[in-house]
Unconditional design. Structure first.
Length: 531
């Protein structure tokens, strides 16, 4: 992951203020200077128009064409010339003239003489730019009625040129008055004004932003820095009695945040204290459960083959416990030299109570069978014993069988347990279904039924708990009896020792990532008989 360099909030605010100030100064300065420029242009344009209109109103339009046609000057001609000369002399006018447009030619009538090279009556215009000539013809044609333009002259700098028509008594345009007004120091004035404006804006902006930054630093940056420092101290001081001290009084959400951080410090300390106590208790309980689990597992016979000196049978069993201490158990033991007892049981519930109940039931069953009591009598006796003081309501399902290993004859009792699976030599596993007795430790004084069976050489019995058939996958499907029988028949010829791992592997493949909620306990007894 790419690591980015961190920048302090103080630097970010300063950087933002500088950028804002630069943009503000440039934008405001440019807008103000543009406005000033157009104001100056409008002022000079108005002056130029005033001169052009004044001359157009003073000059008698009925006499203009006569001067051009005769090129003779009279007193009125000189009167107008003196007016133009005097006006030009007293102002910044550079050119003040009157001419008559003829197709693509301009003929002078009057031209102020203050300027060297003034044109005489009847002289044709040879120096005017094409743009100015076009403007003159446009005004003469009244399209537009009047016109103003700002141009830069090599000699006089910026010039404001205005054109206004002269009309005769019939209202027809006969000539055009042209005025070229000098705009002295125009560029310099703009530059000076811009400098003053930028300086003023810069000064005002810096003062305003300085005040703004001081306020931000006081009310936001410093409080946030203090909060950052305090939260760091809060983590470091959790193991000590020192609490964080945040003195922030901004009167806004930051002060509320500071108060929340102080409350969080107290709440976190209280939570950690309670969590430590709970964690210690859970660790203690976990340790006790692990010990109980190991004790439970150690109570089950786990050395296989269990009776290597006996050739009459093969026996394997396994229990794969779930995460918690459970109540499944199996057992097998020699009652005497000729008889073996097989036990498969499942205590209701989980946890330590079920494990203790399982241990008591296992001992009681073994003790009763070893006293040469049959399966039914044993379950009746154990049922009454377990009901004494059974306030938890726990019970245990049990399949119990005693087999004569010399003849293969056996007696079994089923107290609410799963149906065993029987495989005759060379045949298929099938569930042996018959009516069960109630589970042990449910009803006091009830009798338990037992039935006789006979195993022949090569027959096998498979018993298990509901953790096998009720194993559930991620789609809430049960493993079920049909899948169990299918797996047993698929691997039935692979040998007694290989059968239980094959069943467990099939269960694991079926369950997948779903958690194991119950113990998986199995036992296989393969009768070989006496050879």
């Amino acid at each position: 992951m790419k690591k980015y360099k961190r920048t302090s909030l103080n630097k970010k605010v300063l950087k933002s203020i500088v950028i804002f100030a630069v943009v503000l100064i440039i934008t405001t300065g440019a807008l103000v200077c543009i406005q000033y420029y157009y104001n100056q242009v409008n002022n000079y344009s108005k002056q130029a128009f005033d001169f052009a209109r004044t001359a157009a109103n003073v000059i008698d339009g009925d006499r203009v064409l006569g001067y051009v046609e005769t090129e003779e000057k009279d007193d009125y001609y000189y009167e107008i010339l003196n007016f133009l000369n005097a006006t030009q002399y007293e102002t910044d006018l550079k050119y003040y003239y009157v001419f008559v447009p003829y197709e693509d030619d301009l003929v002078y009538v009057w031209d102020a003489v203050n300027v060297q090279g003034a044109c005489e009556l009847g002289q044709h215009e040879e120096y005017m730019s094409e743009e100015s000539k076009a403007a003159t013809f446009d005004v003469f044609r009244q399209d537009p009625p009047e016109k103003i333009s700002i141009q830069k002259d090599k000699t006089y700098g910026h010039i404001a040129s205005a054109y206004s028509p002269i009309f005769n008594s019939a209202g027809d345009p006969v000539a055009v008055v042209g005025v070229d007004l000098s705009i002295p120091g125009f560029r310099k004035a703009i530059a000076m004004y811009m400098l003053l404006v930028v300086a003023a804006i810069f000064t005002i902006t810096m003062i305003a932003l300085t005040v703004f930054y001081s306020s931000v630093e006081k009310n936001i940056i410093k409080p946030i820095s203090m909060l950052t420092k305090s939260t760091g101290e809060m983590i470091n001081n959790l193991k000590s009695d020192k609490v964080i001290d945040i003195d922030i009084h901004t009167g806004d959400e930051i002060e509320e945040l500071a108060d929340a951080v102080k409350r969080m410090d107290g709440d976190l300390r209280d939570y950690i204290s309670r969590l430590s106590a709970v964690t210690a208790e859970k660790e203690r309980i976990g340790t006790e459960l692990n010990v109980a689990k190991r004790i439970q597992e150690s109570m089950l016979p786990n050395i296989f083959p269990p009776f290597p000196e006996r050739s009459e049978f093969e026996l394997f069993a396994s229990m794969m416990p779930a995460k918690h201490v459970g109540g499944d158990f199996y057992d097998f033991f020699m009652v005497d030299d000729k008889h073996i007892a097989l036990v498969m049981a499942d205590v209701s519930g989980k946890g330590v109570p079920a494990a203790l109940f399982m241990a008591i039931a296992k001992v009681l069953i073994k003790t009763s069978v070893q006293a040469e009591r049959g399966p039914a009598e044993t379950l009746e006796r154990v049922n009454n014993q377990l009901l004494e003081g059974n306030d938890t309501g726990l019970f245990v399902t049990v399949w119990l069988a005693v087999i004569d290993i010399t003849t293969g004859k056996g007696i079994a009792a089923n107290a609410g347990h799963m149906h065993p699976a029987l495989r005759r030599k060379g045949g298929q596993y099938e569930l042996v279904k018959y009516r069960h007795s109630p589970a042990v430790a449910t009803i006091e004084g009830i009798p338990f039924k037992e039935h006789e069976f006979e195993l022949r050489q090569g027959d096998a019995v498979f018993v298990y708990t509901d953790g096998v058939t009720e194993a559930t996958n991620t789609e809430d499907e049960l493993f079920g009896e049909d899948r169990l029988i299918e797996i047993l028949n698929k691997h039935g010829d692979e040998g007694t020792a290989a059968l239980l791992p094959a069943v467990k592997e099939a269960i694991d493949d079926f369950v997948g990532d779903a958690p194991q909620f119950d113990d998986i306990t199995m036992l296989i007894f393969n009768y070989k008989g006496i050879e």
